[in-house]
Design a protein around this ligand. Structure first.
Ligand code: ARG
Length: 438
């Protein structure tokens, strides 16, 4: 069941046949392959490569194959080299001799390039929807939890923020991710059908017909580029990697925050699992898996970058290796975004513990220095003074706002009663950048 037996004296070695096959994984392209073929037939009829009657017979045949696959009448299995061979061989069996004309003015090289672009487009459009849904949920959770919490740098308590502000940082990341996907979609929206194997075709074809029929914005200009370009997959996989990196950072925070050490949030039972031996355990497996799966999405990107780096123009069979990694990345990222969206929509934020955490760790030290600056001290000197206050507080197990005015006065005579109001956490939040987010 081959499309190319003519010039061979011997049968292909069985192991080689097995090795060469992509049907086990590229069969998921069947709808795109049929869609591409139907557009090609329209063009063939229009350009007098087929009669109208022949065109109708082939299109009916292709549609009936699609229906039969959909209804399970025929299975996507058997000893076929790839999805393209499967469809073409089935078509010939169904409609007879006329089916052999389908491949006029086409190569599997421009065919597979078209299938993959169509598939990538469809998947990217649905990913954009998933991301925008995730953004919505992030915003809802953030708005619901405008509660005070410690902000960190180096994972050390730094300055006071709100959970809302912290969470909305992710909104902004996902917003950029969405833009990147839209941008990638715009760049890849070109139709490679008609590029042939690498040098176009001597038949008088009209590439605009197939472009229009398949809903591409433009046609790929250079034939050799059209059949050997996998940039769009690399670009998407780069975007996926960045999305996974964002999801992974959020996962890491959810894991930390739900630990006994933090107890800032609780992840709902729905998205946690237990231990087979330790009865008390409630593990954040959902978040951990997202963090872990980031590795395979990066891996798939590097896999394809490496496949492509040494390939001379135009098509080389190495490129068949673009599929499994890309499909895997798509499936992984769809799942991860969906789980993350559901998981965060059910978290409970522990306002009391976050508030408690704010009172330890000198989160208002910077504002004490700002107070001195407002009273005429140079910032660098103020920084030094507050540094000494912190040492004093540590030695005496106190927070800065617990010191008396007399104690503060010993460090700087500019401290007055209004210092306490100035460094009150709520007041700090209400000033500065925070006024935009409360
Ligand atoms: N299964 C092949 C792939 O995915 C289809 C293209 C085959 N082209 C060829 N010249 N052998 O790349």
């Amino acid at each position: 069941m081959k499309l190319w037996g003519g010039r061979f004296r011997k049968e292909e070695n069985k192991l080689m046949e097995e090795f060469n096959k992509s049907f086990d994984y590229d069969h998921i392209l069947y709808k795109k392959d049929i869609e591409g073929s139907i557009a090609h037939v329209y063009m063939q009829v229009h350009c007098n490569l087929l009669t109208e009657e022949e065109g109708i017979t082939i299109i009916d045949g292709l549609n009936s194959i699609q229906e039969d696959i959909y209804n399970g009448v025929i299975k996507l299995e058997g000893n076929y080299e790839d999805i393209h061979s499967f469809i073409e061989i089935n078509l010939i069996q169904r409609v007879g001799e006329v089916g052999k004309k389908l491949h006029t003015a086409r190569s599997r090289n421009d065919q597979v390039a078209t299938d993959m672009r169509l598939y990538a487009k469809e998947k990217t459009i649905s990913l954009i929807e998933l991301i925008s849904n995730l953004k919505k949920t992030v915003k809802i959770v953030a708005d619901k939890n405008c509660v005070i919490m410690p902000g960190y740098t180096h994972l050390q308590r730094a300055q006071v923020v709100t959970f809302k502000h912290h969470f909305m940082a992710y909104y902004n990341m996902f917003d950029r991710d969405e833009k990147r996907l839209k941008n990638a979609l715009e760049i890849l929206d070109e139709c490679p059908l008609g590029c042939g194997a690498l040098a176009g075709t001597t038949h008088n074809i009209d590439r605009n017909i197939t472009k229009e029929k398949l809903g591409f914005k433009r046609i790929v200009e250079n034939y050799m580029d059209g059949v050997s370009d996998r940039d769009y997959l690399l670009e998407l996989m780069s975007d996926f990697s960045i999305i996974m990196m964002h999801l992974s950072r959020l996962s890491e925070e959810l894991i930390l925050w739900s630990s006994q050490e933090f107890r800032f949030i609780e992840i709902d039972d729905l998205y946690t699992t237990g231990s087979s031996i330790m009865p008390q355990k409630k593990n954040p497996d959902g978040a951990e898996l997202i963090r872990g799966k980031t590795g395979r999405v990066y891996g798939n990107l590097f896999g394809l970058l490496t496949v492509m780096k040494g390939l001379p123009l135009a098509y080389n069979k190495d490129m068949q290796e673009d599929k499994e990694g890309f499909f895997d990345s798509i499936n992984t990222i769809e799942m991860c975004i969906s789980v993350m969206e559901k998981m965060i929509s059910t978290i409970t934020v522990n306002e009391v513990n976050m508030k408690k955490a704010v009172s330890h760790g000198f989160l208002n030290a910077t504002e004490v220095a700002d107070y001195l600056v407002k009273n005429g001290v140079a910032f660098r000197d103020a920084h030094g003074i507050v540094g000494s206050i912190v040492i004093y507080c540590e030695d005496n197990d106190k927070a800065i706002d617990e010191l008396s005015l007399d104690e503060l006065y010993k460090f700087c005579e500019l401290f007055k009663e209004d210092i306490y109001e100035f460094i009150d956490y709520k007041n700090i939040l209400n000033k500065g950048i925070k006024k935009y987010i409360l």
